[in-house]
Design a protein around this ligand. Structure first.
Ligand SMILES: Cc1cc2nc3c(=O)[nH]c(=O)nc-3n(C[C@H](O)[C@H](O)[C@H](O)COP(=O)(O)O)c2cc1C
Length: 198
């Protein structure tokens, strides 16, 4: 999504001063500081997760300083338990005084209200003097383990309508993000940029 959005905005005349993969860069930096298993920050548990998380968070803050060159910072995230990952949270917290556009993917794609709730939660990590200029979300793929869990629910209770709905949603998610998602998010980003140009 991030690459496709950057292409669309570059075509529309936006110049990018820097772009980076926050999860990847945070993990690389943390690893270069000698933290074992830092590449798996989201999945780690216990003390190791706390250490990895701290290094990734420090790295995210360092990247936020780099982003301070930009007029507008576009921050992409994947939905992690209704919000964004800790590395993204820390990156957002470092964006004092910046104009920020948020774009994200989440597994559940059936509801604009759900998208809006996630955006509200994520934008709350911005410092008070940052300006949220807009945001948009779309559905993204989920892991096979998630589908197996839903299938397990259905095996136990074949009448479970919730499990059926979740399996349908998982199947739909496989084709996202698609071209329409990219166009919709790019249109929202362009509108946000026009809003600040006025
Ligand atoms: C640990 C974890 C937590 C997640 N929490 C949520 C959630 O609360 N709501 C949701 O809709 N999707 C959730 N997802 C699904 C991811 O948001 C989805 O897989 C991701 O947005 C796909 O991104 P991609 O298309 O960029 O790969 C979660 C996934 C993981 C691994």
């Amino acid at each position: 999504m991030a690459d496709a959005l950057q292409r669309e905005l570059t075509d529309a005349g936006v110049r990018f001063v820097a772009s980076f993969d926050l999860d990847g860069a945070a993990a690389d930096l943390a690893q270069s500081e000698g933290v074992k298993g830092a590449e798996n920050v989201e999945g780690a548990e216990g003390d190791e997760a706390a250490e990895n998380g701290q290094s990734a968070n420090a790295a995210a803050s360092a990247l936020a300083t780099q982003a301070s060159e930009a007029d507008v910072v576009f921050v992409g995230f994947w939905c992690d338990k209704g919000s964004c990952s800790p590395a993204v949270q820390h990156f957002l917290q470092g964006l004092a005084g910046k104009r920020v556009f948020l774009f994200g993917t989440c597994g559940f794609g059936e509801s604009d209200e759900y998208f809006a709730q996630i955006l509200e939660r994520v934008r709350a990590y911005l410092p008070v003097d940052a300006r949220f200029i807009g945001g948009a979300m779309c559905q993204g793929k989920m892991g096979m383990g998630v589908k197996r869990r839903y299938e397990g629910m259905l095996e136990k209770d074949p009448e479970n309508a919730q499990a059926r709905m979740l399996i349908d949603n998982w199947n739909k998610a496989q084709s996202h993000p698609n071209e329409d998602d990219v166009s919709r998010i790019a249109a929202a980003a362009k509108e946000a940029l026009e809003g600040i140009a006025e």
